[in-house]
Design a protein around this ligand. Structure first.
Ligand code: NAP
Length: 244
């Protein structure tokens, strides 16, 4: 994987950070994006560089087309064209439907789904030219199985799955593989906001008896980014401790 270049959206914290570091450990140069947390993004870049590869962080909102164009241009100038795109940036704005504000619906759909479309489109042309690319989209088991109080998030993550399967078919002849990972509940800032009693209740339903760690996701990203998974495209792989 030496000299390959990856872009990981939302790499300042949580799952994205671990994915970025994991890729750097197999020799890949990694650019990450972040929305506001510059200090944490720079910490991730330091960790990436410790593995002897190049790393960079760029501020930008995945749901804004101009930001995405800027990000891809910066990466291409600094590192080269992107071989591996990990669409990881995502948010939650949970509420029961009756109480859900339209703004919370729009924010979640824009960042979690439109962001995946914009980033994919921005890297597609150069991947098609090279006849090589790996696109890995971070969905969720909430997108496959639904969850009360997460109608907006479930719709966005189900959308990511439909998009993944369509792009796999559209890009296969160009050597670009597109897969999705559907994590269950993973220990990050996103799940830290859940009350302890809710977490305990959740864990009771997980056959393996614990929340997942970002490393559990990063391990699978490394496999999907590598040549060892070259015959796999259009798949949704769950990493959920048996939950669903
Ligand atoms: P997290 O800890 O909240 O981190 C979110 C990351 O996304 C941060 O790096 C954040 O940047 C970045 N981000 C947020 N909005 C952005 C935007 N508009 N543009 C660019 N970057 C943005 O989340 P996480 O738990 O690691 O989740 C990562 C992905 O996994 C998400 O897609 C999430 O839906 C999915 N997922 C998570 C779980 C889970 O249990 N944690 C389960 C299933 C799926 P800043 O640091 O600058 O804010």
């Amino acid at each position: 994987m030496k000299n390959r270049i990856a872009l990981v959206t939302g790499g300042s914290r949580g799952i994205g950070k671990e994915i970025a570091i994991g890729l750097s450990k197999i020799g890949i140069n990694v650019a990450i994006t972040y929305l506001s947390n510059e200090a944490k993004a720079l910490e991730t870049v330091e960790e990436i560089k410790k593995n002897g590869v190049r790393g960079m962080a760029i501020k930008g909102d995945s749901s804004i087309e101009e930001d995405v164009s800027f990000i891809v241009k910066e990466v291409e100038e600094e590192l080269g064209t992107i071989d591996i795109l990990v669409n990881n940036a995502g948010i939650t704005r949970d509420n029961l439907l009756i109480k859900m504000k339209t703004e919370d619906w729009d924010d979640v759909l824009n960042i979690n789904l439109k962001g995946v479309f914009l980033c994919t489109k921005a890297v597609a042309r150069s991947m098609m030219k090279k006849r090589y690319g790996k696109i890995i989209n971070i969905s969720s088991v909430v997108g496959t199985d639904g969850n009360a109080g997460q109608g907006n998030y479930a719709a966005s993550k189900a959308g990511v799955i439909g998009f993944t399967k369509s792009m796999a078919k559209e890009f296969a002849s160009r050597g670009i593989r597109v897969n999705a990972i559907a994590p269950g509940f993973i220990q990050t800032d996103m799940t830290d906001v859940l009350k302890d009693e809710i977490k305990e209740e959740l864990i009771k339903n997980i056959p393996l008896g614990k929340l997942g760690s970002p490393k559990d996701i990063s391990n699978l990203v490394n496999f999907l980014a590598s040549v060892e998974s070259d015959y796999i495209t259009g798949q949704v792989i769950k990493v959920d401790g048996g939950l669903t």
